[in-house]
Design a protein around this ligand. Structure first.
Ligand code: NDP
Length: 315
């Protein structure tokens, strides 16, 4: 079977491509910079079954040929969280929303059996409804007005992109599932570092001096990639799938890293002395029912450190 992965050179997508090739699929990977995609051509099976296609998210029709004849389309390309957002529309929102609709328009012509959209827990939990809820699950959507008010532009981009995608697939009768991961870390296949792995590096090398009074979920990249595969392959898969191994307060992540890696100069402290907020309960039960078992965060962090050493960011 032939499948398409958009943004194939990215951190998560590279793992999706690797698993698809291991499972015998013929893969078309769309990239915007072939120079950043050389690692994909070295994956087992790539010589025979991987074709890279250049496609720009904002160019109408750019994905038509890549998705034509595909049984599955994995749309992962989207700009990830930026530290310096000066133009939210140009940097984040347009590529996320218009890019997703552009890919879906190509799908409406090609009619794949299923589309798997890489959304985020950012599109789930940024809502006041979360306060006081005993569990946050796939029925929650982040609140665009709150995102705008608090200038959470990445969160807004993922929320608007997923909402627009659901509207589009309903209108055009397409089968779509979404994967909604928390912070994804783990072994890096590509040569450039991605933002979520960099967050771990900055704790380990002492660049991060303080952390916000905030809780975040964490999950391994291999599990997130496998969730994409299961959601595509299992006929019964439907709707959204939260992927999260554990939610921790930033302070507890730092404590865990200090414990696992005493050799590194981890210095991060609470940004202020207000009482630490407690982690909310985010449910990943739905994806577990598809057969996903999460690798424990301790192991994922150990593998992340191995990657950071291989990339020569750590001794
Ligand atoms: P990467 O930055 O490694 O991957 C992002 C991919 O999107 C890259 O292939 C990138 O291409 C492509 N891309 C970004 N902007 C554009 C654009 N304007 N036109 C074409 N392609 C573009 O990050 P991740 O692998 O982490 O992210 C993949 C997806 O997963 C995203 O949708 C992200 O929102 C989502 N996600 C990530 C999480 C994480 O913690 N990492 C958590 C939850 C969701 P190029 O290589 O050329 O830059």
């Amino acid at each position: 079977k032939t499948v398409c992965v958009t943004g194939a050179s990215g951190f998560i997508a590279s793992w999706v491509v690797k698993l698809l090739l291991e499972r015998g699929y013929i893969v078309r990977g769309t990239v915007r910079n072939p120079e950043k995609s050389k690692h994909l051509l070295e994956l087992p099976g790539a010589g025979e079954r991987l074709k890279l296609v250049e496609a720009d998210l904002l160019k109408p029709g750019a994905f038509d040929s890549a998705v034509q004849g595909c049984d599955g389309v994995f749309h992962t390309a989207s700009p990830f969280f930026h530290k310096n957002v000066t133009d939210p529309d140009a940097q984040l929102i347009d590529p996320a929303v218009k890019g997703t609709l552009n890919v879906l328009e190509s799908c409406a012509k090609a009619k794949p059996r299923r589309i798997v959209l890489t959304s985020s827990v950012a599109a789930v939990s940024y809502t006041p409804k979360k306060e006081g809820a005993s569990v946050v699950d796939e029925s929650f959507f982040s609140d665009p007005d709150l995102c705008r008010k608090e200038q959470r532009w990445y969160v807004l981009s993922k929320t608007l992109a997923e909402l627009a995608a659901w509207d589009y697939v309903k209108e055009h009768n397409l089968d779509m599932v979404t994967i909604n991961p928390t912070m994804v870390i783990g072994p890096v296949l590509q040569s450039a570092m991605n933002t979520s792995t960099e967050t771990v590096l900055e704790y380990l090398n002492g660049t991060t001096k303080t952390f916000a009074n905030f809780c975040l979920g964490w999950v391994g990249v291999k599990d997130v990639a496998m969730a994409h595969i299961l959601a595509y392959e299992k006929p019964e898969a439907e709707g959204r799938y939260i992927c999260n191994e554990r939610i921790l307060h930033n302070g507890d992540v730092v404590a865990l890293m200090k414990n696992l890696f005493p050799q590194y100069p981890i210095v991060a402290k609470d940004a202020d002395d207000s009482p630490r907020v407690t982690p909310y309960n985010l449910s990943s039960e739905k994806v577990k029912k598809l057969g996903l078992n999460f690798q424990p965060l301790d192991d994922v962090l150990r593998e992340t450190v191995v990657t950071l050493k291989d990339l020569k960011h750590l001794e």
